[in-house]
Design a protein around this ligand. Structure first.
Ligand code: ZN
Length: 380
């Protein structure tokens, strides 16, 4: 395969709709700016040998980006319009390439697969430009002359990245500039020049960050999951504590701490999702100071760790595995305790119970186990 593709990133947009002074591509999500995420797949791609980023003349942010000193990248000053920015970048290329990828700095959710798929498509279809698209799923109305519903199947939405033949894009963009035609994207310039197009179905997650609320949508794509498991043996006693809620019964849990197997399992899932290890690292059962430890303290410690990393719990799902006690009569109360402790609504907590069909240590009612899964999101 040809490993010699130019990439142009259009980053000169002013982001007027963002309503603040920082252009939208420099907003941070999950510890990285939008443009850092948008550029990374091209920096990493073995098919891309040169990247040119078109930035505004007065851009003070670009030099603070994590890719700034990459030896693959150079910078040009963008023009007043997209076609002028692309034109400036094409003219600054090291050489005449065969293909050029173009992408928007405000689309952070692409992968190297998108790049490879476009490259394969333009090679196979032998067109002048191949671009990503998604079908229209919502109903579609035309604004003018009056609101009229259109057949959405006759339309699709166009995304970047796009890949074009370098020489064809260069001549097409020049024609748009000469004729003062506004180019929403490079496939339009190719289309306007009556050259051929092909398309590859993209993903709806490849959003273009335009409105401030788009950052929230991005946050929702960036969940981290963690699983947890804990098991404790029973002995004769007066009850067990699950999720900080005491259930009276004829046994108790054998443990160094208070033995809240549900909270231990949840704590492990939280620490796992945050890549911090397991509760044994932070609350060793060999340590005397953890004797009879209230497990609520463990959860509070985990939440502090999340806080420090700007993470929070989105939802939790748990399964309690035991023969006795029956969980159903206590379910609502345990959920309420968990909700108060984990600071998320009951609607985001799954609490299920099952038995072990009288088989094994749990089936013989000598132990109880809990399995958990948590999803973490970036704090708003
Ligand atoms: Zn435990």
């Amino acid at each position: 395969m040809n490993e010699n593709i130019l990439t142009i990133i259009a980053a000169a947009g002013l982001g007027e709709r963002f309503g603040n002074e920082t252009p939208k591509q420099y907003a941070r999500v999950n510890g990285k700016t939008i443009i850092e995420s948008a550029v990374k797949p091209f920096v990493d791609s073995k098919y891309v040998s040169e990247i040119i980023i078109a930035v505004s003349e007065n851009d003070n942010h670009i030099k603070n980006q994590n890719f700034y000193n990459s030896n693959k990248i150079k910078y040009v000053v963008g023009g007043a319009s997209r076609q002028e920015s692309i034109n400036n970048a094409l003219n600054a290329a090291d050489k005449d390439y065969e293909y050029v990828l173009t992408h928007d700095a405000a689309r952070p959710n692409i992968t190297e697969d998108d790049i490879v798929n476009l490259y394969k498509d333009i090679k196979k279809s032998k067109t002048s430009c191949s671009f990503l698209y998604t079908p229209v799923y919502d109903s579609l109305k035309e604004v003018s002359p009056k609101d009229v519903t259109k057949d959405k199947n006759k339309f699709y939405l166009v995304q970047t990245p796009q890949i074009s033949k370098f020489s064809h894009l260069k001549s097409s963009i020049k024609r748009c500039i000469d004729e003062n035609i506004n180019c929403p994207d490079e496939s339009f310039a190719i289309e306007y020049a009556n050259l051929t197009l092909s398309k590859v179905k993209g993903s709806r997650s490849n959003i273009k960050v335009t409105e401030p609320e788009d950052l929230e949508i991005l946050n929702n794509f960036l969940t981290r999951s963690g699983v947890g498991f804990d098991l404790h043996k029973y002995q004769a006693g007066d009850g067990i504590t699950l999720g900080g809620y005491k259930i009276e019964c004829d046994y108790k849990i054998i443990a160094h701490s208070d033995g809240d197997v549900l909270l231990h399992s949840i704590a492990d899932s939280i620490l796992g999702a945050a890549a911090l290890g397991d509760i044994g690292i932070f609350f060793s059962d060999q340590d005397e100071k953890n004797k009879d430890l209230n497990s609520i303290e463990i959860i509070k410690y985990c939440l502090d760790q999340l806080n420090e990393r700007d993470l929070e719990i989105y939802n939790i799902d748990t399964t309690v595995i035991c023969e006795q006690p029956k969980i159903a009569p206590h379910r609502e109360k345990i959920l309420k305790e968990l909700s108060n402790l984990l600071l998320i609504p009951v609607s985001r907590i799954g609490l299920k119970a099952t038995t072990s069909e009288k088989i094994g240590i749990i089936g013989e009612n000598k132990a109880i186990a809990v399995q958990s899964l948590v999803n973490l999101i970036e704090k708003k």
